[in-house]
Write a protein that binds this ligand. Sequence first.
Ligand SMILES: [Zn+2]
Length: 124
Amino acid sequence: MYKIPKDAEIADAIRRVLAKHKEVRSQSLFHEFVLGELKGISPYYKASSDRIKRVASKEGVKIFIDKRKSQKEAKFCFVCGGELETLKVKNLLGSEVSAGKKCKVCGFAMDRGHLAPRRYIFYK
Ligand SMILES: [Zn+2]
């Protein structure tokens, strides 16, 4: 059996983790630390790594994303899972070229479309 914590409880747990650690250098480690804090409230609490990342981003936690080139074009935001829109700029010849992508929800931007996340680093 398990219980679902509220966003506010996850946010508190995140604040406690970042009070102890200046930065956490992987998403799975961050997940583990935050779950550890949540277990202090209830041993049955469970939250997915992606949900914790979304709450962290909403709470203003800085998330550095180390990216790598990818064959596939990124469609969804690495931070919140929102839809990415392609940014276009006009080049000197007046034709539109892709200038990367931006998340419609949280504003996360990347300078090119064919990227995938390699590692997440969380810090205050
Ligand atoms: Zn986003």
